[in-house]
Write a new protein. Structure first.
Length: 362
């Protein structure tokens, strides 16, 4: 087991000692100033390791979080262990760490004689599951607070297929402009809302269109409501940088993120990812939308590292018939895609639920 360690001098010796006891240390850096962090993370990105151990106790936690978020985009397979003695559930930084899908948080009450042995146990043991780490996201241990509960009531958390169902975040992104990313987001919201779920659609898209749908019916948190669904426009989110976090904690059953085009390709600069790419990775469910035209199918190639069977991403082709879908399956198989794609039939009205569309979303 190959382990990398980044720490400030206060915990450096203890973290390195634990790492050596649990495996082979291939990278260790004692950071003496905040300015060094960027350079250190650039170094560790070039190192192949199984586990990255990070000191959130003595290093500036907010700066470390920004660096680890970028690291996780490049090294999604690396297990990250956060060391944070004295941190308590509900801490804003730890909530953000949890949201990145980092569940190994080692936070004893203090740095005692058993500190190193405890960390060795974490490094040697199995990675924590989302259920085990859930307390870091919720201040109420073992329960999830429902903002819509009456008299301060709480609802039990529910585990379904190894997922805690409270608010499920679904990210919908497109391989190109005009492939129907927004159409799919609204259709999916309509499908879920029709099953008596509280649903919000959030426009995190460089080509915003939600304001065209605004019918002046007030929803929650400043959104507008259409056919029982709350819509949060890009313009609304730009005015309030705290709104997105509030939406995720507002008691919705499903929050759908309309991310638009996810990657941009050019001969000069290669592949550039969207500013919202990390939200795609953080979501509980990822849906990648493509069109059926040959040039649109070819745009899937930059996504091959993302859409592999182990990733759990869903690949959806919009507005195609059975014959076209059969041809597309052959084409993407030649490109190296092994995931089973889905075909979304043509339907101009995203709020209309026909039987064939319901089968796709089910």
């Amino acid at each position: 087991m190959l382990i990398a360690v980044i720490s400030e001098k206060k915990l450096f010796d203890e973290l390195v000692s634990a790492a050596k006891a649990a495996g082979q240390v291939v990278f260790e850096r004692c950071v003496e100033s905040q300015e060094e962090l960027g350079e250190v993370f650039n170094e560790v990105k070039r190192i192949s390791c199984d586990i990255l151990v990070l000191d959130f106790y003595s290093l500036p936690a907010e700066r470390v979080f920004r660096e680890v978020r970028a690291y996780r985009l490049l090294k999604a397979a690396t297990r990250i262990v956060v060391v944070a003695p004295g941190f308590k559930p509900g801490n804003s930084i730890m909530r953000n760490v949890f949201a990145l899908g980092i569940y190994d948080i080692y936070a004893p009450e203090n740095i005692s004689d058993g500190f190193v042995d405890g960390l060795v146990g974490v490094l040697s043991g199995q990675p924590k599951t989302i259920q085990e780490a859930w307390r870091w996201y919720s201040e109420i241990s073992g329960r999830e607070f429902s903002p819509e509960g009456q008299n301060g009531s709480q609802k039990e958390k529910v585990v379904y297929r190894d997922r805690i169902i409270g608010t499920v975040v679904i990210a919908v992104a497109g391989t190109d402009r005009g492939v129907g990313c927004t159409h799919t987001s609204v259709s999916l919201a309509s499908f879920l809302s029709g099953r008596k779920n509280r649903v919000a659609v959030v426009e995190l898209n460089c080509n915003p269109v939600f304001l065209v749908l605004d019918n002046n019916e007030q929803g929650r948190l400043g959104s507008f409501r259409l056919k029982g669904i709350d819509f949060y426009s890009n313009e609304l989110l730009q005015r309030d940088d705290k709104l997105f976090g509030e939406i995720l904690q507002a008691g919705y059953n499903f929050v759908i993120l309309d991310l638009g085009q996810l990657k941009y390709c050019s001969n000069e600069s290669g592949v550039r990812v969207s500013d919202y790419y990390d939200e795609m990775l953080r979501a509980d469910v990822q849906v990648l939308v493509s069109g059926g035209a040959l040039w649109q199918v070819r745009n899937l190639v930059p996504y091959m590292p993302d859409v592999e069977p182990s990733s759990g991403w869903y690949l959806l082709f919009n507005f195609i018939d059975d014959n076209m879908f059969c041809n597309i399956r052959s084409i993407i198989k030649n490109y190296g895609f092994t995931n089973s794609p889905f075909a979304n039939p043509f339907c101009p009205d995203p709020f209309e639920m026909k039987e064939d569309r319901e089968k796709v979303f089910s």
